[in-house]
Ligand binder design. Structure first.
Ligand code: S3P
Length: 443
């Protein structure tokens, strides 16, 4: 599925951005182990989230979608999941895999996880290590990659675990296994990462303690064997997905778009802070709390005056998925943008540092890549484009280069648009409705 993106008209409209991926995964998992019914409005129906729904069903949860698009879960209770008969196929989804491994770790059953050519390269030792400390047995390749088979423990041990890397997936995995443990499980994090697991557990009636420690770290604790109570979840729109039309509107002069109900959790909004520092015209309206999360309506205007900046490394966790699209904004900005502390980008759906470096270079952008950094020298002029870019099964690389093509002199082609379905199934139609010109490339 090769797609080309041609120069866009000024973008106009009020696109509806799909539901947040992180919150959608968690709503299905918590709904699947809660007592009573959980009703989910606005669930992201992307392939990654559907893998979570299928896996929860395979382990005994009753999960359905009605004809209004509202999802209903009837959970099995803490400790109530059943051993799946077949391999749990996780597709491209690291979040499904690592969080579900936490749930399986807290049940005395055996499950095998597998995934696509991208997921089977991604590191799982980061979750295998704490899960083994909690009593799980895991059989995997030496490097800790999928496919792997694990057996959870009947008596899950509560642990205190200091995260060796800033990762919400690892934090959530340990907390999910901790839901089955006798006693208190704690995770200590040096840098705050997204806290949707904490927020949503509270919404399901399970207390989560957060303690600021003297050394500046934070300890997050949950006491196991407490029932989750089914609830209603309203999933806000995904700020990571909204970042693509946002940058598109910023780099196509004369654009004005409005996106409602975008999640504005402080641990997720780093891209918006960064774009504003670069001179972006983004207005936040109607800031409010919905289902325990901060949301706002965003108006983005393309005034064509982005400038290069240094992005503080401390901001990386709050925009960990947004560096590919930030690199596109930087390529169109005037001046140099430096991004540091990006080691984790090498182990996402692809090596995102390398894929952005190679693709931008092929499109005529002047940039340098370090082991953990990217430096982009924008001139304020549109780069040439005109290349076919490799996307390596990575939805965010694919969408970033389609956005780039909206502003380059020559169209940009991507080798495969199929992975976009994992997180933003209607991306191409939505962008074309706004004024984009993205089309299938034959041959
Ligand atoms: C996610 C956490 C992040 C992020 C991923 C979703 C989550 O991964 O990149 O897209 O929902 O917890 P890490 O925790 O590995 O940084």
């Amino acid at each position: 599925m090769k797609f080309s993106s041609y120069k866009a008209k000024p973008l106009k409209g009020t696109p509806v951005i799909p539901g947040d991926k992180s919150i959608s995964h968690r709503a299905l998992m918590f709904g699947g182990i809660a007592i009573g019914e959980t009703v989910i409005h606005g669930l992201l129906e992307g392939e990654d989230v559907i893998h979570t729904a299928d896996a929860m069903r395979a382990m005994g949860a009753d999960i359905t979608c009605d004809d209004q698009g509202v999802w209903h879960c009837h959970g099995v209770g803490i400790g109530g999941l059943q051993e799946p008969e077949n391999i749990l196929e996780m597709g491209n989804s690291g979040t499904s895999t690592r969080l579900l491994m936490g749930l399986v770790g807290g049940h005395s059953m055996t499950a095998t996880f597998s995934g696509d050519a991208s997921l089977t390269k991604r590191p799982m030792n980061r979750v295998i290590t704490p899960l083994k400390m909690m009593g799980a047995k895991v059989m995997s390749h030496e490097g800790g990659t999928l496919p792997l088979t694990m057996t959870g423990s009947e008596d899950t041990l509560p642990i205190e675990y200091k995260l060796p890397i800033a990762s919400a997936q690892v934090k959530s995995c340990v907390m999910l296994a901790g839901l089955s443990a006798m006693g208190k499980t704690s995770v200590i994090e040096e840098t705050p990462t997204r806290d949707h697991t904490e927020n949503m557990l509270r919404a399901f009636g399970v207390p989560v303690e957060v303690e600021d420690l003297k050394d500046g770290t934070q300890k997050i604790s949950v006491t196991g064997q407490k029932d989750l109570k089914g609830t209603t979840v309203h999933v806000p729109s995904d700020p990571s997905s909204a970042a693509f039309p946002t940058v598109a509107a910023l780099i196509v002069e004369g654009s004005e778009i409005e996106m409602k109900n975008i999640l504005m959790n402080d641990r997720r909004n780093g891209i918006y802070m960064t774009l504003i520092e670069m001179g972006a015209n983004i207005e936040f309206k109607n800031e409010r709390i919905e289902s325990g999360e901060k949301v706002a309506d965003l108006i983005v205007r393309g005034t064509g005056n982005l400038k290069g900046i240094g992005v503080p490394a401390s901001r990386v966790p709050s925009m960990i998925d947004e560096f590919p699209i930030l690199a596109v904004a930087a390529a169109l900005a005037n001046g140099t943008t430096t991004m540091t502390g990006l080691a984790e980008l090498r182990v996402k759906e692809s090596d995102r540092l390398l894929m952005m470096y190679k693709g931008l270079k092929a499109c005529g952008v002047n940039l340098e890549m370090g082991e953990e950094s990217l430096t982009i020298h924008g001139t304020g002029d549109a780069p040439n484009g005109g290349a076919t870019v490799e996307t390596a099964l990575d939805h965010r690389i694919a969408m970033s280069f389609l956005v780039l093509g909206m502003a380059t002199k020559e169209p940009v082609t991507i080798d495969d648009a199929a992975p976009i379905k994992t997180s933003f199934p209607n991306f191409i139609d939505l962008m074309n409705d706004l004024g984009g010109s993205m089309m299938l490339k034959n041959g």
